[in-house]
Ligand binder design. Structure first.
Ligand SMILES: [Ca+2]
Ligand SMILES: [Ca+2]
Length: 354
């Protein structure tokens, strides 16, 4: 009798796992969007070949681009090359990407940059915060940007037991930021299991010198994060759940969820159009092609614009869509005065005049 009960329980749990696997497969099996959407004046950015996972543009038009991400399960064309931060001045006629020098005393060989966020202090000093994965761990690196020298001076490495599997950050003040956790487990195999079982163990962390706390949880895979121009709202992409969480930000760093904008594509990094407050989302329309990379049939790219974010029915439109013939695995898009930069996890970067 006991054996029968055990067998029944085993059968039931296997069936449940199988159900979850089928749901997971369906989630990834998004049909290719039919119509390409490409602004007229777009060209690939010279010099960026190994990814441009995140992009942050200063109000002055200087764009920072993180490049060379090595991430479990994702393709990488230069596994032995350390990551870089590129700079582009979008005020120039033909902006060029230039790799920034990094000050001595920082281990550049292990530099594996992921999400980035800039912060301008009261004295106008520009700081760049970078999620780094040396040896696949997660740290947050703080750099001071020296515009004249075109260099980054490393100031500090932040580590914390809750800063694990960090994907993106958004800086609020000196050493104060939100960070997203994209997986609970650190190994690729276990994080795949985690996605298949649809565990919702990921969170958003509030970090400040005085207090570190989880301020939002229950995400399948918390990815891109940014704040509204008035700093009152925080937007978080749950990539596997294909949605964007709109949250109200409180003075003590706490977040209250206002709503979830459901989309039909995997949402990676988020930026805000400073002119309109719209969200721009870098998306993955063919996640299976990302996981099983084939240069003959590469993953495509997709950028969505979400208007009237706080209204009852935000408008969603496609700003860019390509089947991978031009740009593969788009992870971010950022705009500045009629110009747009689209970044990718492991591929090139695209510059468009809108
Ligand atoms: Ca970011
Ligand atoms: Ca990301």
């Amino acid at each position: 009798m006991r054996k029968l009960v055990a067998l029944t329980l085993l059968g039931a749990s296997l069936a449940s796992v199988w159900q979850r696997f089928l749901a997971f497969r369906d989630k990834l099996n998004i049909s290719q969007k039919e119509e390409p959407v490409e602004p007229q004046n777009c060209h690939l950015v010279e010099g960026i070949e190994y990814g441009s996972e995140d992009i942050d543009i200063l109000p002055s038009g200087l764009a920072f681009i993180s490049s060379g991400l090595k991430y479990p399960g994702m393709p990488n064309f230069a596994p032995d090359e350390p990551g870089k931060i590129f700079l582009m001045n979008l005020n120039e006629q033909n902006p060029r990407a230039q790799a920034l020098k990094i000050s001595d005393g920082f281990d550049q060989e292990l530099f594996n940059p992921h999400g980035i966020s800039t912060f301008i202090d009261k004295d106008y000093t520009v700081y760049l915060y970078v999620v780094n994965h040396p040896h696949m761990k997660s740290t947050v690196e703080i750099f001071k940007f020296e515009e004249q020298q075109r260099s980054l001076v490393h100031l500090k490495t932040i580590k914390h037991k809750l800063l694990k599997r960090v994907n993106d950050i958004v800086v609020l003040g000196p050493e104060q930021f939100y960070a997203t956790r994209d997986h609970y487990f650190t190994s690729f195999f276990m994080s795949l299991i985690e996605m298949i079982l649809d565990l919702r163990w990921c969170y958003v962390l509030f970090y400040s010198p005085r207090e570190v706390k989880v301020v939002a949880k229950g995400f399948n895979s918390a990815n891109g994060i940014t704040v509204s121009p008035d700093q009152k709202y925080v937007y978080v992409a749950d990539v596997m759940a294909k949605n964007i969480h709109v949250m109200k930000k409180h003075d003590n760093g706490d977040l209250t969820q206002l709503k979830v904008i459901q989309l039909d594509t995997l949402v990676d990094n988020l930026t805000v159009d400073p002119a309109t407050g719209d969200i721009l989302a870098g998306c993955h329309p063919n996640p299976l092609k990302l996981l099983f990379y084939n240069p003959e049939d590469p993953p495509g790219s997709e950028v969505l614009r979400i208007q009237n974010v706080l209204s009852e029915e935000p408008g969603v439109s496609t700003v860019y869509a390509n089947n991978g013939s031009v740009l593969q695995g788009s992870s971010v898009a950022s705009v500045y005065q009629g110009k747009m930069l689209i970044g990718t996890i492991f591929h090139k970067a695209l510059y468009c005049e809108l």
